[in-house]
Design a protein around this ligand. Structure first.
Ligand code: SF4
Length: 259
């Protein structure tokens, strides 16, 4: 499978099938889930589906990825997360750590949130700090990690290292076909949740995690189709882009049966 422009063109029907298949499958699973536990199980299955969609293309294309266990450069990057992804991680953390460890993580998340509170989009992107969920270079919530972490594949370890060492260094390390497949699957999941009436806002991971671990009302709000986290926890957007307007537009399009 080519990774050039022609290869991407040839992938278009596949990407469309990935998007629609994912959206329909996740939408049907959501319609049949009534309890918070059942809904979180749908979240986990949907994230697994994103991962497997990308892995399928990775195997088929034979691209040489450089990622390996214990390499965690990308866990220093800022990622956008959705409410259901944060709630799944919070539930996992509470089930696998002692109450004291949960409190310790929540306190660290509050500190990280406060450090980032005044930063605009560009400044946040330049922050280089390890993810709060990283433990000795290994993800401590690996089975429930967010979609963004499951679809990132690098082909150049040296470039990852260089970017990690110097925030001013930029390099293109990902594979377009894997990126596009991941995007299509992730969009299918996102749109299924938005179409079913759940919070579709993108959040800053440490800021949303701080709230998820300290406010028991978060899960209830999510199950009730309300906005889960505060405005302060939202992802900072580039100048001229408003997340609330984009989400409103998406809801309208989904209501009209967006293709
Ligand atoms: S959630 Fe896990 S995989 Fe994702 S950035 Fe954090 S430590 Fe890394």
């Amino acid at each position: 499978m080519s990774t050039g422009k022609d290869g991407k063109e040839a992938m278009r029907p596949v990407l469309s099938a990935v998007y629609h298949g994912t959206r329909e499958t996740v939408g049907a699973a959501l319609a049949g889930a009534e309890s918070a536990g059942a809904l979180l199980a749908v979240v986990q299955a949907a994230l697994q589906h994103v991962e497997e969609s990308v892995n399928g293309v990775r195997r088929e294309s034979g691209v040489a990825t450089a990622c390996a266990v214990g390499c965690s450069f990308c866990c220093w990057l800022n990622i956008d997360v959705l409410a259901h992804e944060v709630l799944l991680m919070a539930a996992y953390v509470k089930a696998h750590r002692t109450p004291w460890e949960v409190e310790e993580l929540a306190a660290a998340a509050v500190v990280r949130r406060d450090e980032r509170a005044g930063l605009d989009h560009g400044a946040r992107q330049r922050v280089r700090k390890p993810c709060l969920l990283l433990d000795d270079a290994v993800c401590s919530v690996y089975p429930v990690r967010p979609g963004a972490c499951r679809r990132y594949w690098s082909g150049d370890l040296e470039a990852c290292h260089a970017m990690w060492e110097d925030p001013e260094v930029t390099a293109s390390v990902e594979f377009p076909l894997l990126q596009e497949t991941g995007r299509a699957a992730a969009a299918g999941v996102h749109h299924a949740f938005v179409g079913a009436g759940y919070d579709g806002c993108f959040y800053d991971l440490p800021s949303a995690l701080a709230e998820a671990l300290t406010d028991p009302g978060c899960l209830e709000r999510w199950c009730g189709g309300q906005k889960v986290f505060s405005e302060g926890a939202e992802t900072r957007t580039p100048e001229g882009f408003r997340q609330a307007e984009a989400l409103e537009r998406l809801r309208r399009e989904l209501g009209r049966g967006m293709e």
